[in-house]
Write a protein that binds this ligand. Structure first.
Ligand code: FHN
Length: 584
């Protein structure tokens, strides 16, 4: 027999002996088209948000007084009359604006797309618009279209571009909505004679959206915002415009409820993944627009860990920069972007095109994963290096072929499987102070036996680092400090923050306790599934104490959740409590 034919027969036999892959439900043509459209966006994981407008000039101060809140809201916060705010345009001359430098820095930081405010709630267009003279080319001495320059640079440097457009709130127009319109309140400027919403939608919003979609070389994203006072009629009029652009990605903020192509958790990271495309939008300090005295900067470490955390849950991060009225990025933003870029140059592979972590919880950090050519790669993001130099990957099953350092693939690590976990023997050297990425290369698929805690005839400990922390968008965020037995939930200040633990349990009656510290008498709402009990706890004094949270009864076996929310304490809005663990 011909040799080639034998090889062919052998290959055929091999193929037909392989176990059949598990049947995946077939995707509809619509889902396939959606996957195709979202492909680059899902792959990107990291983008830059830019909030730039007239508000960069007052930068948080009006008539010598500091105005509370985010700077792009200054017109509403300080109740500035339309005619007075308009005057800002006369002096707006961002001569140091350099689209090439902005794009270059975004790319260096590892960002794959930019979304910039083409018109924020103040109604001022940062692009040349025929639909309204209230725009940067016609109303300012600058006389350039910065968004055109940005679009050209993005094309040149190969980065995707999106425009933010405030479709409902337009504080400049008689028909535009404003923040408390839904409460029946009047616009703060009595001289702005009101008109129906559709006058503004048809007269400005629709024509401007047509302009931005037509004149900027084909946008990749249109980012709607704050659908306050929106009507279905208005949403449909705008949707009719976007319908002509099948590849355009839009968010969920056109109308309420509105699916869009992705959801937009703002100023907080969801504790778990979502079964929909999502993108966290986040400021580096507090304000979106430039505010000269906003020094509440997140550290580069926080930002890198945030990006990794989001990627490990299957989402994107849109990280904001608020340029100044001269057209420059604030120094603090530049520093952080460069430092993030430095980390991304070495570790970007562990972010781009990755999928969510297959693990329930990893006490030392996060995991992202990728599958290519029959190889599964696990990227272990080690935030807290185990002191004994032994990195335990819980419940992992698979044919490990190699383990190495992503920043230096020549550095390999020994491993063995022990008691169902993979143990990576890594010397107790801290490779990267923020986040060391170790790659586990596995042939074929992996299986993970979940390390979800299990409560059965006895006790269970639910440590702080197994809690999902639900933080409010704006306000103080409760945070996890440390890991394993040294982990603690700190900065639990906001009453809206909620801690939740998921675990498996058998039926029975259990006494519930929390190892915690509370300076004051406090109230806690404890929820087990739908059962809710309000508990008063005394001050724990100087140190942590096991505090009794009462009895709970579990009727049926299966997955359960316990959540804790503080109803406040006698100390007002100060640190409510610290919590180390829950014990059942
Ligand atoms: O009101 C705006 C705010 O100024 C900013 O643009 C953010 C970004 O997501 N969106 C709105 C608040 O949700």
């Amino acid at each position: 027999m011909n040799r080639l034919f034998v090889i062919f027969l052998a290959a055929l036999l091999f193929v037909s002996c392989q176990p059949k892959p598990a049947q995946q439900p077939e995707k509809s043509a619509e889902q396939l088209a959606q996957d195709e459209k979202m492909e680059w966006w899902r792959e990107a994981r990291f983008g830059m948000f830019i909030h730039w407008g007239l508000y960069a000039d007052p930068a948080g101060e009006w008539k010598g007084e500091r105005v509370n809140g985010i700077s792009e809201w200054i017109m509403a916060r300080a109740e500035i009359p339309v005619k007075e705010y308009e005057k800002l345009a006369k002096n707006f001359n961002p001569e140091k604006y350099d689209a090439e430098a902005w794009v270059k820095l975004a790319k260096y930081a590892g960002m794959k797309y930019i979304v910039i405010t083409s018109k924020h709630h103040d109604g001022f267009a940062m692009f040349h618009s025929k639909a309204s003279k209230y725009n940067i080319v016609d109303a300012t001495p600058f006389n350039r279209d910065p968004l055109k320059e940005l679009a050209e640079e993005c094309k040149k440097q190969g980065i995707r571009l999106g425009f933010y457009y405030s479709q409902a709130q337009d504080w400049h127009e008689p028909g535009g909505t404003y923040w408390n319109i839904e409460q029946g309140k009047p616009h703060w400027d009595p001289d702005l004679k009101r008109e129906p919403l559709m006058n503004y939608i048809n007269g400005k919003a629709v024509p401007q959206v047509k302009e931005i979609l037509e004149n900027y070389g084909g946008l990749d994203i249109l980012w709607w915002d704050t659908p306050r006072g929106m009507t279905e009629e208005a949403a449909k009029a705008l949707q009719a415009v976007t319908n002509d652009y099948p590849n355009l990605i839009t968010n969920n903020r056109l109308y309420r409820p509105w699916p869009g192509d992705f959801q937009t958790p703002e100023q907080h990271v969801p504790p778990t993944g979502l079964d929909y495309d999502w993108e966290v939008c986040m400021t580096m300090n507090t304000s979106w627009g430039y505010k000269w005295y906003d020094e509440n900067w997140k550290s580069t470490e926080e930002l890198i860990k945030m990006l990794v955390d989001i990627a490990s849950k299957g989402g994107n991060l849109l990280l904001n920069v608020g340029p100044t009225a001269t057209g420059e990025f604030p120094k603090a933003s530049i520093e952080r972007l460069k430092e993030m870029g430095h980390w991304m140059q070495q570790n970007g592979e562990s972010i781009y095109g990755t999928s969510a972590s297959p693990f329930f919880k990893l006490p030392w950090g996060r995991c992202t994963t990728k599958k290519e050519k029959g190889i599964t790669k696990l990227y272990l993001h080690v935030f807290d290096w185990p002191k004994d130099g032994l990195l335990k990957v819980p419940g992992l099953e698979g044919k490990v072929r190699d383990i190495y350092l992503l920043a230096n693939p020549k550095q390999h690590f020994a491993w063995k499987f022990e008691e169902g976990d993979l143990h990576v023997h890594a010397p107790s050297v801290i490779f990267d102070e923020i986040n060391t990425v170790i790659v586990v290369k596995i042939r074929g698929d992996i299986n993970v036996v979940s390390n979800k805690p299990r409560l059965k005839e006895g006790s269970i400990l639910l440590p702080a680092d197994f809690a999902d922390i639900y933080n409010p968008g704006y306000g103080e965020h409760a945070v996890l400090k440390g890991s394993g037995s040294e982990s603690v939930i700190a900065n639990w200040v906001d009453k809206r923050a909620r801690l939740e633990w998921i675990f498996d349990a058998e039926p029975g009656k259990y006494r519930m306790e929390a190892l915690m510290w509370s300076a004051e008498k406090a109230e806690l709402a404890v929820k087990l599934g739908e059962q809710k009990v309000d508990i008063e706890i005394d001050s724990t004094g100087e140190d942590y104490e096991l505090v009794n949270l009462g009895q709970i009864e579990i009727g049926e076996s299966g997955e359960k959740s316990i959540s804790l929310q503080s109803a406040g304490n006698t100390a007002g809005n100060k640190q409510l409590m610290y919590l180390e663990l829950i014990k059942l």
